[in-house]
Write a protein that binds this ligand. Structure first.
Ligand code: HEC
Ligand code: HEC
Length: 299
């Protein structure tokens, strides 16, 4: 027996004793007042006390009223025995607060599961128009996705904005669902060494030119390298490839940043953005609702 067990045993015993003494005390009080001490005065006669003209007569407590008191005391003993009322002893009914909580959670789960099953039958594009369901979607998003994508889903460096219509992997409900089920792993290789001395600067200048800007390198020379080393993934026109999650480099939406120095960093170090898979964490029905929610953000 360690120290806490010892003190708990002691405290339990003391509390049981206090409760029993109190209940027996009530019983004794009832018994003690059952007969008036003024037995010299006949029943129904005045005891000689008068309050504002109201006289106190020598009447016993009504029987039914007294019995009610005995009943409450008996009830206290029965209640404390059925429910875990005596120290840390389990009640005869086996009730526990955890057990009650679990039953309630199970009931709620059953109710929500039924709702989710209904929603899963509705096409995602249609669900996206249902404000009630989207509220649930928003809650799911807050619990599972906001840490990375932000509670407003606008993302952050390395975490894509999900509210615009610029997509790495595609913004149809089915593509979004695929992303949630299987996760995604962006693979942008580190190409610094392969591009050589001025290669990084030149290609960066070319990438900048795709969105109407210029850099310190030679964009013409960069274009040649781009066709050789980048076009396979980003496309000959630099507009990207959703099969590979290779971003469009011609717009002004950037996952990691579009400044000259950030693009050079991307080329030198590579980028490996990782979107986790949720298939073990969320039921297919929840993923269905969440995908509809993400779809609704830009549609
Ligand atoms: C641990 C961080 C993290 C969490 C949690 C996370 N994501 Fe992502 N998500 C990412 C990253 C990083 C990417 C980009 C992957 C890449 O660069 O290829 C991404 C990509 C996506 C995309 C693809 C966007 C596009 O442009 O094609 C969608 C859709 C998405 N996430 C939705 C969600 C949803 C919905 C949740 C919640 C269920 C979620 N994410 C949870 C990090 C996360
Ligand atoms: C094997 C395919 C592949 C090749 C080859 C490749 N990239 Fe990428 N690139 C990607 C992918 C995938 C991403 C997104 C990485 C992520 O999601 O984390 C990316 C990201 C980028 C980004 C960041 C875009 C942003 O929005 O922040 C730039 C810039 C970029 N690539 C330029 C290039 C250039 C220039 C080359 C050639 C020198 C090149 N890439 C070669 C696949 C590739």
């Amino acid at each position: 027996m360690n120290e806490t067990e010892f003190t708990q045993g002691w405290v339990n015993g003391a509390i049981i004793a206090i409760v029993v003494i109190n209940l027996l005390g009530c019983l004794w009080l009832l018994w003690w007042t059952r007969k008036r001490p003024e037995d010299s005065v006949a029943e129904g006669e005045s005891l000689g006390h008068s309050f504002d003209g109201i006289e106190e007569l020598n009447n016993p407590l009504p029987r039914w009223w007294l019995n009610l008191f005995y009943l409450t005391i008996a009830f206290a003993f029965i209640y404390l025995t059925l429910y875990p009322g005596w120290g840390d002893a389990k009640g005869l009914l086996g009730w526990t607060s955890t057990g009650q909580w679990e039953t309630e959670v199970e009931k709620a789960d059953n109710r929500y599961n039924r709702l989710f099953e209904e929603w899963a039958q509705v096409p995602m594009a249609e669900l996206a128009g249902n404000a009630e369901v989207m509220k649930t979607g928003q809650r799911l998003f807050g619990n599972n996705c906001a840490t990375c994508h932000g509670s407003d889903a606008r993302g952050n460096m390395g975490y894509p904005n999900l509210t615009d219509d610029d997509w790495l992997y595609g913004g149809s409900p089915e593509k979004i669902k695929q992303t949630l089920i299987n996760g995604r792993a962006g693979q942008m290789p580190a190409l610094g060494p392969a591009l050589g001395e001025n290669g990084v600067e030149n290609v960066t200048a070319y990438v900048l030119s795709l969105s109407g800007r210029s850099g310190s390198g030679d964009a013409e020379a960069g274009k040649e390298k781009f066709t050789m080393m980048c076009a396979a993934c980003h496309g000959a026109d630099g507009k990207g490839n959703q099969m590979l999650g290779a971003p469009n480099l011609t717009d002004d939406t950037w996952l990691y940043g579009g400044s000259e120095s950030t693009i050079m960093e991307t080329l030198n170090q590579g980028r490996q953005g990782k979107m986790p898979s949720f298939k073990d964490q969320l039921s297919p029905e929840k993923i269905h609702v969440l995908s509809a929610y993400v779809y609704s953000l830009s549609n």
